[in-house]
Structures are given as structure tokens and as C-alpha cells.
Design a binder for this molecule. Structure first.
Ligand code: SF4
Ligand code: SF4
Length: 111
């Protein structure tokens, strides 16, 4: 794949994993919108739509594999901030494969 951010034409991880986090993130500097979450334990929330058999976060705009965006990008919770394309454990490529998207190769090296 050539340069650029592959996430802008992917979004697979937002429609593959349960996105759960400590409930306090709705009151942290992230200010995750409470209305877009549901409780999954006494201390943890999940993004709405991700705690189900066929996950899809309600904040994901667009179709997976097309032009996508997160409508709460500046307020997204910590798992979204920490999740990386070109990750070492292959989670990104597992999500991509579920949608028939090709795996990302090695992390591009800046010129
Ligand atoms: S699955 Fe990988 S490439 Fe796709 S949006 Fe998530 S981190 Fe980006
Ligand atoms: S909050 Fe945004 S980045 Fe996180 S799973 Fe939902 S759409 Fe994706």
C-alpha cells in the first residue's frame, strides 16, 4: 500500500471488536459522550453497537472499506486512541480480513 492513512478508507476495527473502557472516561479529558455508551459491568462501558454479535460502533460514519470517519474522533475512548494500524499482534489485519480487505504490510518508514 502506498502512503497515506489506511484508516480513512477502512474502519474495520470499529465494526469488529467490542470497544469497552473504564466508565470514568465519560468524565475524563476525553469526555466520551455518555449517550453513545452502554454499561457492560459495574465499572465498564462499551461504545453502543459494539457489544453485540455483529459489532458496529454507532459513531462510525460510512461503510467499512469505503470513506469512513469517527463522528466523535476528538472524544473517542482510550481503546480507540491506543489501537494502531500496522500493530505487532495483527489485530488490525484480523479486522480487515473479516471485511475482505487486504492486510497492511510493514509500517511505512518516513523518508
Ligand atoms: S482495522 Fe486497521 S487500518 Fe482499519 S481502521 Fe482499524 S486500525 Fe485503521
Ligand atoms: S468511537 Fe470512533 S474510533 Fe472508536 S470504535 Fe467508534 S467509530 Fe471507531
Amino acid at each position: 500500500m502506498s502512503g497515506g492513512n489506511p484508516c480513512l478508507s477502512c474502519g474495520a476495527c470499529c465494526a469488529f471488536f467490542r470497544v469497552s473502557f473504564y466508565w470514568g472516561e465519560i468524565h475524563s479529558e476525553f469526555q466520551v459522550p455518555d449517550a453513545l455508551t452502554e454499561a457492560v459491568s459495574p465499572t465498564r462501558l462499551a461504545m453502543l453497537g459494539t457489544n453485540q454479535a455483529s459489532p458496529r460502533c454507532v459513531a462510525l460514519e460510512g461503510e467499512v472499506g469505503g470513506c469512513v470517519s469517527c463522528r466523535i474522533y476528538s472524544n473517542r475512548p482510550s481503546p480507540c486512541r491506543e489501537f494502531e494500524a500496522f500493530d505487532a499482534d495483527g489485530a488490525c489485519n484480523r479486522a480487515r480480513a473479516a471485511y475482505g480487505l487486504p492486510p497492511l504490510g510493514d509500517h511505512p518508514v518516513a523518508a
